[in-house]
Design a protein around this ligand. Sequence first.
Ligand code: HEC
Length: 154
Amino acid sequence: MNGHAFRTVLWSAAFAILIAQFVRPNHSNPAVSGDLLAPPVVKDALERACYDCHSNQTRWPWYSAVAPFSWWIHHEVEQGRRRMNFSSWTDYTSDPGTEDQKLDEVARLIANGAMPPWYYLAMHPGARLTPGERIAITRWIAGEKSSHTSSSMR
Ligand code: HEC
């Protein structure tokens, strides 16, 4: 490629990135309808490590306004909220079977380190759960689930 062709490619790429900025996903936070209730240690840890993608209280970072990251981040948050949303947790607690299922998934994904996702931790090192927080969350989940078992035996 000669110098002229190379500059043309660079300018086209720059132009494409510029135009991409006009395609803006809607980074809104819908209303919180029934937030999770949990002991402060558990709640704080989940808020710090999970709420950006699994609640309606997303803290959108500045780069979430820059295409193409904006499209990707928007997609992650949309998927995360759809699969599990702490802001409408009462939808799950109204049916203990559903809440138990979500709690099992949370315990499993925290234990195997799949959540929060590695790319999120790379951008938010402070979101890493401490060993103490993992234990607190695991205990809380076990307690929640056994309280459902005992109430359904009544
Ligand atoms: C960067 C965004 C992000 C963060 C932060 C995040 N998640 Fe997720 N999570 C996702 C996405 C996206 C999915 C859907 C994954 C898929 O469909 O493959 C998901 C799926 C899940 C699921 C599966 C839900 C179901 O029942 O299908 C659980 C449980 C979960 N995450 C728990 C957590 C927990 C607990 C934390 C915090 C410790 C967390 N996540 C932090 C993005 C995130």
